[in-house]
Design a protein around this ligand. Structure first.
Ligand code: NAD
Length: 417
């Protein structure tokens, strides 16, 4: 991003203000929803393998819990900070409301480069972080999940650390390994959901998904499953990337082969039958659908005018800055916002939590069928609101979500006027 772009928290608040203006929310409610309900900063001391000692900083921010227990991922990243965590927690409140699942919004993080720690160090760090935020979380209070830099193994350690004092509690986290009560289909869910939404948006723009050209930035959990699912729907994935670079083939990258290459080498670079390009070139490719699925702020005021895609599907959280959003809207580019596009992850997290509480397991077919139902209803709620308000996908999505959170917050009696 450039210095002309608002930092992520200001961008998230600006989108919220746009919706507030249309909904006519009172100022008391506006102020309440702008502020996180609760936030905690903790020290996370870790004994290193070489005997030395490091103290990391961790966060947990709970934005709004009127609609149900707080819900949100935990991010391990060297640039994690409190403002990012606040912005991401706020996005979670809107995402769970738009998906119409009974959760509020939260987010957590530790300022750490997970690549720089051994597996044993990451295990110790995760256990200490879990105990440090232990009094805030609970099956009916706040349920963490994986995000950037964390995965199913991290959730297994969190569940085990929490269980040491509370007994066997699989519903304390979602995104666990299936062997420990994780849900079938959870790993694929955010990417699968993004691909489903991309197909719905393409249909509305009369773009045939079969043969549509797609570029995907980020080939981690979300990007790789978005690539595989959209490819199965018949689209041609012409480029994919990761933090180390991108690959391109105008006739279509073999996404399954690239997936195997990524699993072995940790990068898409060098995957067969594709030429190397840069991440900047990927974002500017001539394609119909662009799916940023890596990190925030990658499309900003400095490069938005170079984007040639017809549709941007925000599989990552906040990949488009507020300023870039205005530029792209003016150019007629359709942007499917993160709170709609990547909600598949939290929707299947809800299925996982529900299965854990009922001590019952669903098969993958049922999970995917239910996921399709939730994503389809969310998309319809957004497009209905677009027509009602004559606005774009993002503002409509925020309007649906904020109205639901406002209603629950009012019913709870947090704001009486
Ligand atoms: P991940 O760590 O599995 O993968 C991230 C990918 O992005 C990796 O391939 C990495 O190399 C790449 N990347 C990192 N920096 C990059 C850069 N500067 N340029 C290009 N590529 C870069 O993470 P993930 O779980 O796939 O999450 C990706 C995004 O999706 C994040 O914004 C996350 O918040 C969001 N998200 C994740 C989930 C989930 O359940 N995992 C759910 C909803 C949203």
């Amino acid at each position: 991003m450039t210095t002309a772009d608002k930092p992520m928290l200001e961008g998230a608040r600006a989108y919220f203000e746009q919706a507030v203006g249309r909904l006519g929310l009172g100022d008391d409610m506006r102020q309440l929803l702008l502020h996180p309900w609760r936030e905690l900063t903790v020290a996370v001391p870790v004994r290193r393998d070489d005997g030395s000692f490091s103290v990391f900083t961790g966060f947990r921010v709970q934005h709004n819990g009127a609609r149900g227990p707080y819900k949100g991922g935990v991010r391990y990243h060297p640039r994690a900070d409190l403002d990012h965590t606040r912005a991401l927690a706020m996005l979670m409140s809107w995402k769970t409301a738009l998906a119409d699942i009974p959760f509020g919004g939260a987010k957590g993080g530790v300022v750490v480069d997970p690549q720089a720690l051994s597996v044993a160090e990451l295990n110790r760090l995760t256990r200490r972080y879990t105990s440090q935020i232990g009094h805030l979380i609970g099956v009916n209070r706040d349920i963490p999940a994986p995000d950037l830099g964390t995965n199913a193994q991290t959730m297994a350690w969190m569940m085990d650390a929490y269980g040491a004092t509370h007994g066997y509690t699989p519903g304390i986290v979602t995104g666990k390994p299936v062997e420990l009560g994780g849900s079938a289909g959870r790993e694929a869910a955010p990417g699968r959901g993004a691909a489903l939404i991309a197909a719905m948006a393409a249909r509305d723009l009369r773009i045939d998904i079969s043969g549509a050209t797609v570029a995907i930035q980020g080939f981690g959990q979300v990007g790789s499953w978005a690539a595989k699912t959209i490819n199965e729907a018949g689209a041609r994935v012409i480029a994919v990337s990761d933090a180390l670079g991108a690959i391109y083939n105008p006739n279509g990258v073999d996404v399954w082969e690239t997936d195997r290459h990524y699993a072995v080498n940790g990068t898409v670079k060098g995957a067969p039958n594709a030429e190397p390009i840069t991440n900047a070139e990927l974002l500017a490719l001539d394609c119909q659908i662009l799916i940023p699925a890596a990190i925030e702020d990658v499309i900003h005021s400095g490069n938005a005018s170079k984007v040639r895609a017809r549709i941007i599907v925000e599989a990552a959280n906040a990949p488009v800055t507020f300023e870039a959003d205005q530029i792209l809207n003016d150019r007629g580019v359709v942007i499917i916002p993160d709170i709609l596009a990547n909600a598949g992850g939290v929707i299947v997290s809800y299925f996982e939590w529900a299965q854990n509480i009922q001590e019952f397991r669903w098969d993958e077919q049922r999970v995917n069928q239910e996921l399709t139902g939730f994503m389809t209803r969310s998309y319809k709620a957004v497009t209905d609101m677009m027509r009602e308000q004559s606005t774009n996908h993002r503002t409509a999505a925020y309007s649906v979500a904020v109205a639901r959170v406002e209603r629950a917050t009012k019913l709870r009696g947090f704001v009486t006027s």
